[in-house]
Ligand binder design. Structure first.
Ligand code: HEC
Ligand code: HEC
Ligand code: HEC
Length: 128
């Protein structure tokens, strides 16, 4: 009988081990969206809160483009009251200067494909 106890104990450990990536992802709340992202900036904050950026950065980029191209407005004030030049190349890619490991990696992971922005906008030199 005590062998059955060992087997059940072993099974529980085995199950815990093979499902641990799932528990880990549930605990960190990231299972549904992201690979490991690498930050090359020493800055701590984005131009909007991280949650907003994660879900809505494409909307923000559209707003920036419309503001610049239609209204000639070029200054974005962040949630922290910091001022940023509304520029994909000079602002976003200044902090996220590892496009391949950051933007591209997440887009590939999310099966978004690559936006066509880089047909016209310059990608500054990559930082690893
Ligand atoms: C001043 C530096 C800085 C600028 C400029 C900046 N970011 Fe960020 N960004 C960060 C930092 C730092 C984080 C991570 C914040 C954190 O850890 O909570 C971040 C987070 C993000 C995220 C969320 C990633 C995740 O963890 O899910 C996205 C998407 C993003 N930025 C895109 C952009 C885009 C697009 C722009 C331009 C509109 C931009 N960033 C401009 C510093 C910057
Ligand atoms: C955390 C993951 C993640 C990161 C990091 C990320 N993106 Fe995205 N991005 C997405 C997702 C998911 C979509 C698609 C959203 C949708 O279709 O609703 C998207 C869509 C976009 C779009 C709109 C695409 C289109 O064809 O309309 C642009 C532009 C864009 N991202 C730019 C960037 C840039 C620039 C960076 C790096 C500074 C970046 N993204 C980083 C996840 C990410
Ligand atoms: C056919 C060429 C072309 C494509 C493709 C394109 N843009 Fe632009 N974009 C421009 C031009 C031209 C301007 C005006 C530049 C200026 O006045 O500073 C501009 C301005 C912008 C601006 C504000 C100023 C700046 O320097 O960043 C943003 C933000 C922007 N575009 C985002 C995007 C995003 C995001 C995409 C992809 C979803 C995209 N653009 C695709 C040509 C393009």
């Amino acid at each position: 009988m005590h062998d059955a106890g060992k087997i059940i104990g072993g099974l529980i450990i085995f199950l815990a081990l093979i499902t641990s990536p799932i528990w880990y992802n549930m605990a960190s709340g990231k299972a549904d969206y992201t690979p490991e992202l690498k930050y090359v900036t020493t800055e701590k904050q984005c131009v909007m809160p991280t949650e907003y950026m994660r879900a809505r950065h494409m909307d923000l980029l559209n707003e920036w483009r419309n503001a610049v191209v239609r209204d000639g407005i070029r200054v974005h004030t962040s949630h922290e009251g910091r001022k940023f030049n509304m520029s994909l190349t000079n602002t976003c890619m200044d902090c996220h200067s590892n496009k391949t490991d950051f933007c591209d990696q997440c887009h590939n992971y999310s099966a978004v494909g690559q936006p066509n922005c880089w047909d016209c906008h310059i990608v500054p030199g990559e930082v690893q």
